[in-house]
Design a protein around this ligand. Structure first.
Ligand code: HEC
Length: 342
């Protein structure tokens, strides 16, 4: 029985998130979705973290549809929620890129039994139109909704979800991803720098009470190996791999989602000092109209490389890693074998 009503609620929300067919509708009156709550079973949504805990604030999707946070977005669902702003040049593009990898790993499940929500913390700038452009630019799939709302509502949401930071430009966005299953009451904060395979496993299997099929062998075959890796490689995987490959790399099947250039050989192609300055301050170089930076930005369709706040030591380590993997281009299989012997 419970399953049935969950299905209905999900269908109603999915329907609610489709683009409106006609001209822009007037803001609908509250209650916004009478149809979204077809007499839910008594237990629906009723865990420790239930309707009386989560603010049921009204948010607006990138399609301009009004939805309620608890009733329409999270009730009885497995979700990943993060807070972003589209003007962000720090961690948000990185988070979006990482979630894209998770989306890819979850294959067709996003929008069916797992839902992503990216909520703007810069709501006056991030109108539904701006969010729609952002979603389109990143090729996010159905089941990943971008939301805006009133500043006060979003702040209360962030506080309730334990991810509030007063400073919009806060450097530490590390814990702004929340994943959970509202029905079972399991919630956890994750770093968006988390390995995408682990995030996909947690969302797709653990939070789904292992009811769903586990990832196929194919996924495991592509999972990164557990081995000793250099700090440069670790940094690269955590901070750069969401957007860059090196010669295709281990995660080659995800390459279609990469938004930045492949970095094999880049340390030979470019001046070392320029690279270090770029990696530490891409925004600064762009602001100074550095010709290479401007040319790259044009070439990569205005996807901006974020300032990841790397210091000198991190930058040297990551450049060392790029040197290593760029050496006389052995095929990827040999690179792996070579690295394992370290
Ligand atoms: C959110 C995506 C993203 C992340 C994360 C990211 N980059 Fe980039 N990177 C880009 C884009 C996009 C470009 C192309 C230039 C532009 O449009 O700003 C780029 C360009 C570069 C270039 C210049 C390549 C060339 O051909 O000259 C280097 C080097 C580079 N990135 C290194 C890094 C390193 C090292 C990291 C991790 C510490 C990193 N990037 C993290 C998106 C990203």
């Amino acid at each position: 029985m419970a399953r049935r009503s969950i299905g209905l609620a999900v269908a109603a929300v999915v329907a609610a998130c489709r683009p409106d067919p006609g001209p822009p509708p007037a803001p609908p009156p509250a209650p916004v979705h009478p149809a979204a709550a077809p007499a839910p079973a008594a237990t629906s949504g009723a865990t420790v973290w239930g309707a009386d805990y989560f603010p049921n604030v009204v948010l607006t999707t990138q399609q301009g549809t009004k939805v309620r946070f608890f009733d329409d977005l999270i009730r009885d669902k497995v979700v990943a929620i993060n807070f972003i702003f589209t003007r962000c040049t720090d961690a948000c593009p990185m988070e979006t890129a990482r979630l894209l990898e998770v989306q890819k790993l979850l294959a067709g499940r996003l929008g069916r039994d797992v839902f992503f929500y990216s909520i703007s913390i810069d709501p006056t700038h991030d109108t539904p139109d701006v969010l729609r452009d952002y979603a389109a630019r990143w090729h996010t799939g159905p089941g990943w909704t971008f939301l805006t709302g009133s500043e006060a509502d979003i702040t209360s949401l962030r506080k309730k979800l334990g991810v509030f930071q007063a400073d919009l430009q806060a450097k530490d966005h590390n814990l702004s991803l929340l994943i959970g299953n509202q029905r079972t009451g399991q919630w956890m904060k994750r770093s968006p720098y988390e390995n995408p395979y682990i995030l996909a496993e947690q969302l797709g299997s653990w939070l789904s009470n292992w009811q769903k099929p586990r990832p196929t062998d194919r996924d495991y075959a592509h999972a990164p190996e557990v081995r000793n890796i250099s700090s440069g490689e670790e940094l690269f995987r955590a901070r750069c791999a969401a957007c860059h490959t090196v010669g295709g790399g281990d995660l080659v099947d995800l390459a279609q989602h990469r938004v930045g250039p492949d970095l094999r050989g880049v340390t030979a192609r470019r001046d070392r000092d320029w690279l270090a300055r770029w990696i530490m301050h891409p925004d600064g170089l762009l602001a100074a109209r550095d010709p290479i930076a401007v040319e790259l930005l044009e070439r990569y369709q205005h996807f901006v490389m974020p300032n990841l706040r790397l210091d000198d030591a991190d930058t040297a380590a990551v450049l060392g890693y790029l040197d290593d993997v760029s050496r006389p281009a052995p095929p990827p299989a040999q690179v792996t074998a070579q690295r394992q012997t370290r």
